[in-house]
Design a protein around this ligand. Structure first.
Ligand code: ADP
Ligand code: ADP
Ligand code: ZN
Length: 214
């Protein structure tokens, strides 16, 4: 099963992708995580992407498509993948169509996580992750069971992304409306779009997701 999780920053794509990964043995492919790894390693791609990411703007399509192409090659013949944060522009979606066709792969569902913009600012500014295992948390909506201790691995160090601030998230939401929203029409034309209510609680969103892909 090959999926795209679609929605603005803060919609819950990463949270739900990690649950689907566990439940179905399919691989999360997050372009944001790939880019953060490139930045951390100081590669040429990372050096190009760093300032754009810090300001909340999109990284150029050719850079992203090359990274995704490399990763998709390794997914052929496995259980499937969940694209999280890609495609984010219509040219990226068109490039993905070509990439998939060349590898004899296809998408089964594009799940649109429907949310209110204003709520996304609180989601993003309250987000943090376990520094050890990457499990995702939120100051209000998803606190660890034991304060300061990761539920998944027992780690006690947490990190916050430097772009998860109010100014940058507004820039990212603007980029979403201008450049990413039109991608939904690309997939509506292919009959692939399923909608879930992203304003519901995390468990309820998972239930709806399982229902639309099941
Ligand atoms: P995205 O990958 O779409 O940017 P995340 O999955 O990282 O979004 O979620 C953003 C933040 O909101 C995280 O801190 C997460 O714990 C929290 N969150 C995710 N889904 C929900 C939800 N349905 N209700 C409340 N908070 C949520
Ligand atoms: P979020 O989960 O909050 O939506 P991501 O982790 O997906 O954020 O992305 C972080 C940043 O990485 C984006 O603001 C953008 O600069 C860059 N980025 C990630 N994916 C893409 C993409 N497909 N195209 C262009 N830029 C991207
Ligand atoms: Zn952890």
């Amino acid at each position: 099963m090959n999926l795209v999780l679609f929605g603005p920053p803060g919609a819950g794509k990463g949270t739900q992708a990690k649950r689907l990964e566990e439940a179905h043995g399919i691989t999360q492919l997050s372009t944001g995580e790939m880019l953060r790894a490139e930045v951390a390693e100081g590669t040429p791609v990372g050096q190009r992407a760093d300032a754009l990411m810090k300001s909340g703007r999109l990284v150029p399509d050719d850079v992203i498509v090359e990274i995704v192409g490399d990763r998709l090659s390794r997914e052929a013949g496995r259980n499937g993948f969940i694209l999280d944060g890609f495609p984010r522009t219509v040219p990226q979606a068109e490039a993905l169509d070509r990439l998939l066709a060349s590898k004899r792969l296809k998408l089964d569902h594009v799940v649109s996580i429907e949310v209110d913009d204003e709520a996304m600012v609180e989601r993003i500014t309250g987000r943090f992750t376990c520094a050890n295992c990457g499990a995702g948390y939120h100051d209000t909506f998803q606190r660890p069971e034991v304060e300061g201790v990761c539920d998944a691995c027992g780690g006690t160090e947490f990190t916050r992304r430097s772009d998860d601030n109010e100014v940058t998230v507004r820039e990212r939401l603007a980029a979403y409306h201008a450049e990413t929203e039109p991608v939904l029409r690309h997939y509506e034309a292919q009959g692939l779009v399923r909608k879930v209510d992203g304003m519901a609680g995390i468990d309820e969103v998972t239930r709806q997701l399982e229902a639309v892909i099941g």
